[in-house]
Design a binder for this molecule. Sequence first.
Ligand code: AMP
Length: 389
Amino acid sequence: MSKLSIRDLDLKNKTVFIRVDFNVPLAPGGQEITSDKRIRASLPNIQYALDHGAAVVLASHLGRPKGKPNPEMSLKPVAKRLGELLGRDVRMAPDCVGPEVEQLRPAPGGVLLLENLRFHPGEEKNDPAFSKQLASLCDVYVNDAFGSAHRAHASTVGMIQFVKQAAAGLLMDKELEYLNKATKNPARPCIAILGGAKVSDKIEVIENLMKFVDQILIGGAMAYTFLKARGEPVGKSLVEDDKLDLARVLMARAGGKLLLPTDHVVTAELKEGADHRVVTKIPDGMLAVDIGPATIEDYSAVVGKAKTIIWNGPMGVFEKPPFDRGTVALAKAVAASGAVSVVGGGDSEKAVKSAGVADKISHISTGGGASLEFLAGIELPGVAALTEK
Ligand code: AMP
């Protein structure tokens, strides 16, 4: 099933409501944006709408104001930055709904940014009356906020029943294109690399990936829950003891598909530059903080043959060098593989960036939670609600 794209819409002289992801990090006080990455990522879609003769109404949430106005989570600084980046005036609305906002509906070529959607409880409650008010601001609807597509809120789902057409924006389109490419009939071998802190966060992902990938390479702390479940010593490594049975079930179901590290970097204390060594059996009192060189070699060989790679989660405590070696080595192997590669989640993105290979990855997802739900085979409500082609 394919969804309408902004490219399919007639935008001339129409007011388009674009749900964007302007959930940017702010310095304490809420005046200064510390990274404008998300604003920049939304520019091509906004520019597309303007170039095609639309009036643009933008809406986003920022932080967790819990249904009440909070000046520290205002989108005002975003309007300013967006104006600079677009090179045109961006009008800031005092609210996201109501008569005062309706008065501000822009003319074609104009851009209006609504105030934080979550200042109203109706947003997260997906309230029909609030949804209707949002929809009354536009002729057509576009969702470009992939990072919020796993939430059924008024601006991502509710308002769609009150608009004639609802399409995916350019960024959303790209997310769906690559995630679909990697999961539906992928080029083979198709492999997944999973790491990070917990098995429990990624159970559904592992279960779903097992259905279609050829191999799953496990790293990060989650490997030690699997190794302990297999009866191997794990010392003081981070383990989810209440997930050992589940780990056994997953391993039995995966058969030979699930690969675990065969050597480890261990240390007595988790701090940057701490004394460490490589072992094949984790000694008592030590914790494993990265995959070892033999595992790097084995995993890199699998990566080198792959045609499709899905990656989520670091192979070790990559924030504390030298325990970033496994993650950096795999990032380089993925980059060199020539495979279609889809990387998801904030930590995985940081890892490919710190390895200096971000530009060689086919697609870095902008939505951690949403991409995990997609990989877990869960239909994203914000995508399901869009108009069919
Ligand atoms: P996640 O958000 O689940 O992708 O987990 C990312 C976090 O997992 C990072 O902060 C890593 O430091 C952490 N991590 C990865 N490997 C290990 C490990 N062997 N021991 C402890 N934490 C780890």
